[in-house]
Design a protein around this ligand. Structure first.
Ligand SMILES: Cc1cc2nc3c(=O)[nH]c(=O)nc-3n(C[C@H](O)[C@H](O)[C@H](O)COP(=O)(O)OP(=O)(O)OC[C@H]3O[C@@H](n4cnc5c(N)ncnc54)[C@H](O)[C@@H]3O)c2cc1C
Ligand SMILES: Cc1cc2nc3c(=O)[nH]c(=O)nc-3n(C[C@H](O)[C@H](O)[C@H](O)COP(=O)(O)O)c2cc1C
Ligand code: SF4
Length: 652
């Protein structure tokens, strides 16, 4: 079915956008010294070449008090202009439009100073920040005036660089939203108190920008309609504000979203994970559309073009932000336009390597597509100098990715999997509650195997004899891992997470789930058992369960476990179990923790590499090269497994 609505053009203030797909402003951490660079240019060019109608460049600080983290573009310095000009030229070459984000975080500052000290933060009023732990200073009037100027000056720098538009970031509880919100704005001067006064900051900002950029440039506003917590903006507050700003002609479009950084429950909506329905903000953007004449943009889990097309056709939105959809597949718009919907590598909402990396101060990527963020290096796949015969052993994520990249480079590739199904541990991962979509990773990789015409042999266990018969030049071992079962007292009465997920374990009413890695497995198994009626105590050696998960995933899961009555015992290392109690050691004090009335213990203690084939091959000299990747090299996550697949196949 052609997606006609999605691929119809839209004109805003004389700027024609070729289709309704845009990538929202999103930090990449690719910039260097606060300036746009070649890495960011390559990243954005890929999205433009892939068919997006519009790319919105990530946040730029409009004032020296506006730095969000150490990778924020310093839009308040003239030195940013040449870098922006390069971005604009590269994106325009692809017939795509480019806007830039104008940003001040107010009290919502994520990072520390580069020297490790805390920043002084400024906000309308000194209201503490629950998640980032800042007590901001109230902005004096003089600073507010400087900041208003800063928005306009930064916009004019973007204009000088050739950008088509600018967008004020008033979403997610950042400075403009802090002024709008009566719970963060307790001022008694002309910027606080009445609705009109609280809206004054945004109005001044919009007027200031227009004064500086003239009539031709598009000026939009990003705003959260609902912060989704008790202290943030509500629709009752944001909708009249949007209407007023529209009636006054101050913005050319409204880009609506949800959530804020201020509390955990609000933060999940900034980058909604697979726990949220796809396109779940459609009804809110439709509400905004019914109030304003101007175009309405929306983003939030629109991960497939069919969803976006439906939204545009139903007049729920004029433009659909599909940011992670293009982090995981920059060619998504072109594939959609050409009707190749099955070839799209849909984003699975895992949040691991996109926003997860940003929060770790690492550069953006995607677990399914490690080429993202590495466009200038390993992400650029070129033909191999010599065609080789390659055998990949193991049909988990590592093996599948290695096979695809090797085939793309022109090698003759066969993939062997000893079970009936491809996917490896991902087949277990998708069985955890609420994690079904994680299995999309396998669907996507299987499609890539097909598209690259790779010979796949299922239900075949690879042995050294098989390899000798097949005469490969290169063997890539991607044989994965098995549950780690350390020596523990009463170990024979314990079961592991894999047995539970496969339905092979009989468990009593009171279960202790013992976690070591602080990842998905302990949390997921605890949730599953609690939902099945067990009383669950979750012990973890970490400071908190899910310590190593992306914040939004971790924090939401903590809430789910709390509501299911799961008891959490941190800093606890399991050492034994008898028929009455499980025994742990408090890791800081080395004192015992006795968990009485325990019927069963489930081990979520990570994995041990499956090195059987590797060891067999090391016993003799074989006439082929051997590479080891993924969990059989070192048990980590699907992200490293897939990255290993890319790296190794780029090297052969
Ligand atoms: C319950 C659970 C939840 C998880 N959740 C996540 C998550 O949310 N995010 C994340 O990033 N990671 C997650 N992981 C970890 C992730 O799944 C693994 O890190 C990843 O699958 C490792 O990929 P791999 O290809 O190296 O190995 P595997 O996935 O283990 O695949 C190895 C494959 O090789 C096959 N094989 C072995 N020996 C042979 C042989 N001799 N011949 C033929 N085939 C052979 C195996 O049958 C298997 O299919 C989870 C793991 C589990 C168990
Ligand atoms: C890696 C990453 C960085 C982000 N940084 C920004 C940002 O700089 N400015 C912004 O307004 N939103 C930012 N966001 C939120 C996105 O703009 C977008 O609203 C969110 O990803 C939901 O859209 P999606 O489901 O299409 O990905 C970021 C999101 C991601 C994934
Ligand atoms: S890392 Fe996960 S959430 Fe992020 S773009 Fe890739 S698939 Fe989507």
């Amino acid at each position: 079915m052609p997606l006609n609505d999605l691929f119809s053009p839209l004109t805003i203030r004389g700027c024609t956008i070729r289709n309704r797909i845009f990538t929202t402003g999103h930090q990449t951490n690719l910039v260097s010294d606060g300036l746009p660079n070649d890495a960011l240019k390559a990243y954005l060019s890929d999205r433009a070449r892939g068919g997006a109608g519009l790319v919105i460049v990530e946040i730029a600080a409009i004032h020296e008090t506006a730095q969000f983290n150490n990778f924020t573009i310093l839009g308040y310095r003239d030195e940013c202009i040449p870098g922006y000009r390069q971005l604009a030229n590269a994106v325009h070459e692809q017939d795509c439009r480019i806007f830039g984000q104008l940003f001040h975080p107010g009290r919502e500052v994520l990072g520390m100073n580069p020297d490790g000290t805390r920043r002084v933060t400024y906000a309308p009023s000194p209201e503490p920040h629950e998640r980032y732990l800042h007590m901001p200073r109230a902005m004096p009037l003089g600073l507010i005036e400087e900041i208003v100027e800063g928005y306009g000056d930064t916009a004019s720098r973007m204009k000088a660089a050739g950008l088509d538009g600018v967008e004020v970031v008033g979403s997610h509880g950042y400075l403009p939203a802090q002024f709008l919100n009566p719970r963060t704005n307790r001022r008694s001067d002309r910027y606080g108190g009445t609705e009109e006064n609280r809206l004054r900051f945004l109005s001044d900002v919009a007027k200031g920008i227009r004064r500086k950029v003239g009539d031709e440039m598009v000026v939009g506003l990003r705003i959260s309609g609902d912060d989704m917590n008790q202290i943030g903006l509500t629709p009752e507050e944001s909708l009249p504000a949007i209407q007023q700003l529209s009636d006054n002609g101050l913005f050319d479009y409204f880009n609506v979203t949800a959530g804020a950084s201020s509390t955990a429950s609000a933060s999940f909506h900034i980058v909604p994970s697979m726990s949220f329905d796809t396109g779940y903000l459609a009804s809110f953007s439709a509400q905004v559309k019914s109030l304003v004449e101007r175009p309405v943009f929306v983003a939030g889990r629109i991960n497939q073009p069919q969803i976006a097309d439906r939204m545009v056709a139903a007049k729920e939105a004029d433009m659909c932000g599909m940011t992670r959809a293009m982090i995981s597949d920059p060619e998504m718009p072109n594939k959609a336009r050409e009707g190749r919907l099955d070839d799209i590598r849909a984003c699975i909402g895992c949040n691991q390597a996109c926003i997860g990396h940003i929060q770790l101060d690492a550069h953006i990527s995607c677990i399914q597509r490690p080429e993202t963020g590495r466009e200038l290096g390993i992400g650029n796949i070129m033909p191999a100098p010599r065609r080789k015969r390659v055998i990949v052993v193991g049909g988990g994520p590592a093996g599948m990715k290695a096979a695809v990249v090797a085939a793309k480079r022109g090698h003759e590739v066969s993939l062997y999997e000893r079970t009936k199904r491809l996917g490896g541990q991902v087949l277990l991962a998708q069985m955890l509650p609420g994690r079904e979509e994680f299995g999309g990773l396998v669907t996507n990789l299987e499609r890539e195997l097909q598209l690259n015409q790779i010979a796949v042999h299922r239900s075949v266990e690879v042995t050294p004899d098989l390899l000798i018969r097949e005469k490969p030049d290169t063997v890539i071992l991607a044989t994965g891992a098995v549950p780690h079962r350390p020596t523990l007292e009463g170990e024979e009465h314990m079961v592991d997470a894999w047995q539970v997920l496969r339905g092979e374990a009989e468990l009593g009413g009171n279960v202790v789930v013992s976690d070591w890695r602080g990842d998905w497995v302990g949390l997921g198994v605890a949730e599953m058992l609690a939902r099945n009626g067990h009383h669950v105590r979750l012990t973890t050696t970490c400071r908190a369960p899910g310590e190593f998960l992306q914040f939004y995933i971790r924090d939401r899961w903590a809430g789910v476990l709390h509501s299911l009555g799961v008891e959490i015992i941190p800093y606890a290392r399991l050492f034994g179990f008898d028929d009455e109690a499980a025994y742990c050691m408090q890791t800081a004090l080395n004192e015992p923790i006795v968990l009485d009335d325990t019927d069963s213990v489930v081990l979520c203690l990570g994995h041990t590499p499956d090195t059987n084939l590797e060891e067999a091959l090391r016993e003799n000299e074989y006439p082929f090269e051997v590479e080891v990747i993924g969990d059989c090299l070192a048990p980590r996550t699907a992200e490293e497994a897939i990255l290993d697949g890319l790296v190794v196949s780029q090297s052969i």
